[in-house]
Write a protein that binds this ligand. Structure first.
Ligand SMILES: [Zn+2]
Length: 92
């Protein structure tokens, strides 16, 4: 494992902690709709009005997270969306 791999691991761990923090504090995310979620996700991602929750860059992807407070928006830039996707893949 070279230094780049180590940075990747550190980032992933950090991202996991961040996701856990979000899950524990869903009020940090906007409330998402309960119905027609697929259509709303497309609309939100295409609107260009939201910022990545992680880094503040323009969000180009939106997910709906199921939280204890109900569905919440998870807006992400492509970089963070792919990092989270890769984490989810690793967990399988
Ligand atoms: Zn980001």
């Amino acid at each position: 494992m070279d230094a780049r791999d180590l940075i990747g691991v550190a980032r992933k761990t950090d991202l996991g902690e961040w996701l856990k923090g979000l899950r524990d504090n869903p009020e940090r995310m906007g409330a998402a709709p309960l119905t027609d979620q697929g259509a709303w996700i497309e609309h939100r991602a295409a609107s260009g009005l939201h910022r990545c929750l992680r880094c503040g860059a323009l969000a180009q992807l939106a997910f709906i997270a199921d939280t204890k407070a109900g569905p919440r928006w998870l807006d992400l830039c492509p970089e963070h969306a792919s990092m989270i996707y890769n984490m989810a893949t690793d967990w399988r």
